[in-house]
Design a protein around this ligand. Structure first.
Ligand SMILES: [Mg+2]
Length: 199
């Protein structure tokens, strides 16, 4: 008996902020705090470090601030970007990011940032968490979704509920309620190994 291989191409989808891009470091500087990298953030709403009014002021300052977004630093190594480039040769690559706060420039800023830091070319889509799930569910008709990487716990849970093969990029702010059944990785490299090399 021959096993019919699916004719659909493979696809992976990767979130940007908190996975590829150190939003926290830029945001903490903008908010006048000591610089804190994503790996040191315990509460993503910053309520342990900032009053609510100050948080929303800082958040508002990121809107349409091209300098802020283009000045953010990557969270991944050059080696990991090479691994991703290798994978992208045989698989469709989508960058899904909830950067609607930026407005109309979100797509151009994100695309430029990815290019500047040497990430392989892929389709960039600006989507909130519900639309990430519905978009990937629709893409499943055309592609075999091999893996999705996300740092937002709520988004990750929605994806898993929708039977999407989503992995959570582990950080101090998203691990409190995890169980051994959760799919958790500590880096982009680990995600690629889990998805493509049965690591
Ligand atoms: Mg994120």
């Amino acid at each position: 008996m021959t096993i019919q291989k699916s004719s659909k191409p493979d696809l992976i989808a990767i979130d940007v902020d908190g996975v590829l891009c150190d939003y926290a470091l830029g945001f903490s500087k903008l908010a006048g705090l000591d610089p804190i990298s994503t790996g040191a953030v315990r509460k993503w709403d910053w309520s342990d470090r900032l009053r609510r009014t100050r948080f929303f002021e800082a958040r508002a300052a990121t809107e349409n601030a091209a300098d802020f977004w283009s000045g953010l630093l990557p969270l991944t190594s050059i080696g990991e970007r090479d691994m991703l480039a290798d994978v992208a040769k045989r698989c469709a690559l989508f960058y899904l990011t909830d950067r609607s706060v930026i407005g109309r420039e979100a797509l151009a800023l994100t695309t430029k940032w990815l290019f500047f830091w040497g990430f392989p070319q892929g389709s960039v889509m600006i989507l909130d968490k519900d639309r990430k799930v519905s978009t990937l569910t629709t893409l499943r008709e055309e592609y075999v979704i091999r893996g999705v990487l996300e740092d937002n716990l709520e988004t990750y849970r929605l994806m898993r509920k929708a039977d999407l093969p989503c992995y959570l990029r582990r950080w101090p702010y998203n691990t409190a309620s995890l169980t051994p059944d959760d799919w958790v990785v500590g880096s982009l490299a680990e995600f690629i190994c889990r998805v493509f090399y049965n690591y």
